[in-house]
Design a protein around this ligand. Structure first.
Ligand SMILES: Nc1ncnc2c1ncn2[C@@H]1O[C@H](COP(=O)(O)OP(=O)(O)OP(=O)(O)O)[C@@H](O)[C@H]1O
Length: 210
């Protein structure tokens, strides 16, 4: 899986957030976008996910040299971000079962096993609206970690997580691009906190595209 950006730019009203972004992002490794608050990390990740239109330039998804139709990009991407909400009226069990109908979990994973991996077995029958912010964040990350999708995007991954949650995040995230993952994924992170990406070999400062 490869995502290529060619001269990508995004403008809100009269302000260019970034311009002339040229990137080749390849599965099997991770890339972290860093930069100060408001510099455009989330906006760039949203564009790369296909969730926001570019103002200029081109984005190409390809797999084994075959270009993927933009209508199918959403099938390729799992994204966890503070601005993306969970369906609060569902219990965790219902949410995991519902999620699985449009984005299957990795081989061998059932909603029950996913709840276990989230360390939330005790909360399977609780509605998401009654979860703490840290529990919700763990669910968001888990949906991204455990779904079968070639691209995983994590924006501010450890927000609201306690130390145990942050350790869990690190353990899971390392598996995505590690040798134990037989279909290596492309991992994109947006972060301001070095301990969220200290394992990541490719650090990209969005300020270079101002
Ligand atoms: N829908 C929008 N309309 C207008 N401006 C926007 C919109 N969304 C974001 N912006 C602006 O785009 C710029 C980049 O915002 P973005 O959220 O991408 O930054 P960020 O680097 O992720 O910041 P943070 O570290 O605070 O999360 C900011 O100046 C923000 O005000």
């Amino acid at each position: 899986m490869v995502i290529r950006a060619e001269q990508l730019g995004k403008k809100y009203r009269k302000e260019w957030i970034f311009r002339r972004v040229d990137l080749t992002l390849t599965a099997g490794t991770s890339y972290t976008f860093v930069g100060p608050n408001g510099s455009g990390k989330s906006t760039l990740l949203q564009l790369l996910a296909g969730n926001l239109p570019a103002t200029e330039g081109k984005l190409i998804y390809s797999r084994q040299d075959k270009v993927i139709d933009p209508d199918d990009w959403f099938r390729q991407v799992s994204i966890a971000a503070p601005y993306l909400e969970l369906v609060e009226e569902l219990s965790l069990d219902e949410l995991l079962t519902f999620h699985q109908t449009f984005k299957p979990f990795k081989a061998g994973l059932t909603p029950e096993l996913v709840a276990e991996r989230l360390m939330l077995t005790h909360a399977r029958h609780k509605e998401i609206k009654y979860f703490s912010s840290g529990m919700k964040q763990r669910v968001k990350l888990g949906l991204a970690f455990f779904s079968e999708s070639p691209v995983v995007i994590l924006d501010e991954p450890t927000s609201n997580l306690d130390r145990q949650g942050a350790a869990w995040y690190k353990e899971q995230v390392l598996q995505l691009t590690g040798p134990a993952n037989h279909s290596p994924q492309l991992l994109l992170i947006g972060s301001n906190q070095p301990d969220e990406y200290d394992f990541c070999p490719n650090i990209l400062d969005v300020m270079q595209w101002k």
